[in-house]
Ligand binder design. Structure first.
Ligand code: 5RP
Length: 294
């Protein structure tokens, strides 16, 4: 039986040897049925295998946080530049125009706010409503090492089971418990646990050193959150390093909609993710687009 202590440290990550994905471009998804693969292909671009997700679901735990006071004004103009929208059903139905044909990763876990214990979440949306909304994926928190780890992993597995009935992928969002350190060992464990439980893709944070171990040991695609607002050059550098070390894309919020020029920023992030543009070139693009829009 596996123990929590006394194990040898993991070290053989096979860095540089890509996991085989026979006949399908999304890591770990070759064995799924047509519907699941079709939805995953809406998320991960068949040409690059990568994705730029625009995350604006923060309000479900924070309320009208900076940059999201008016989603109709701040986010809707960014929609044409995103591959996937990540939001709640409340914002989707009230603010996002249904004519927009972008796939949606629907936030379906709920139950806490920043004023309480964040890990105390439950299922917040029936899978039938996710399908009614034509979601391309359901997104739920997995709080590894937090007080309600057990419950959030229950939410994750129940969501995956419901998604499997309909060919609807599940994105596991590895939320970090208050006392946990965002290092490769912890984030690598979180991502791997989520993949082992059946999540089709995982969202986590970039970390240094050894982020490539996190992505290598996760048999499904890893996308990174941007995290707290940092400068535009730093955010582009972060995206570049994550992609360079095996991330399949970004699911970025504050560092896009909180940028000085969000429309320019999302296009600069796209250049990094889909074209492998170096941070300095992507910053040049950002400045050029920003000046054109001024
Ligand atoms: C918390 C989330 C957000 O979608 C996530 O944090 C991404 O946004 P950011 O880039 O701002 O960190 O899962 O609600």
């Amino acid at each position: 039986m596996a123990e929590s202590e006394g194990n040898k440290n993991a070290k053989d990550f096979g860095i540089g040897i890509p996991q085989e994905t026979p006949g399908f471009h999304v890591k770990g998804s070759a064995a799924y049925d047509w519907g699941m693969k079709h939805r995953l292909s809406q998320i991960f671009h068949p040409r690059t295998g990568r994705v730029v997700m625009l995350a604006f679901d923060h309000g479900y735990i924070m309320g009208p946080t900076s940059g999201l006071e008016r989603v109709d004004l701040s986010i809707v103009p960014l929609i044409p530049y995103a591959d996937v929208l990540m939001c709640t059903r409340g914002i989707l139905r009230t603010v996002v125009p249904p004519q927009c044909v972008k796939p949606v990763a629907l936030r379906t876990s709920a139950g806490a706010t920043v004023l309480t214990e964040l890990s105390k979440e439950r299922i917040g949306v029936d899978v039938e409503d996710a399908i009614r909304l034509n979601a391309a994926a359901q997104a739920v928190m997995a709080y590894i090492g937090a007080p309600f780890e057990h419950e959030t992993l229950g939410v994750l597995t129940t969501t995956i089971d419901a998604g499997m009935k309909y060919g609807l992928p599940t994105l596991a969002v590895t939320a970090v418990g208050k006392d946990m350190v965002r290092d490769a060992r912890y984030l690598g464990m979180s991502c791997r646990v989520c993949a082992e439980l059946g999540a089709q893709f995982v969202k986590t944070y970039y970390c240094e050193p050894d982020f490539e171990q996190v992505t290598a040991a996760c048999p499904v695609p890893v996308v990174i959150a941007g995290g707290k607002k940092i400068s535009e050059p730093d955010a582009l550098e972060l995206a570049y390093k994550a992609i360079d070390q095996g991330a399949a894309g970004v699911d970025m919020g504050r560092n896009i909609f909180g940028a000085d020029c969000p429309v320019a920023m999302i296009q600069a992030v796209r250049a990094v993710v889909h074209e492998g543009e170096k941070p300095a070139k992507a910053l040049e693009l950002y400045e050029t687009l920003k000046n054109q829009l001024a």
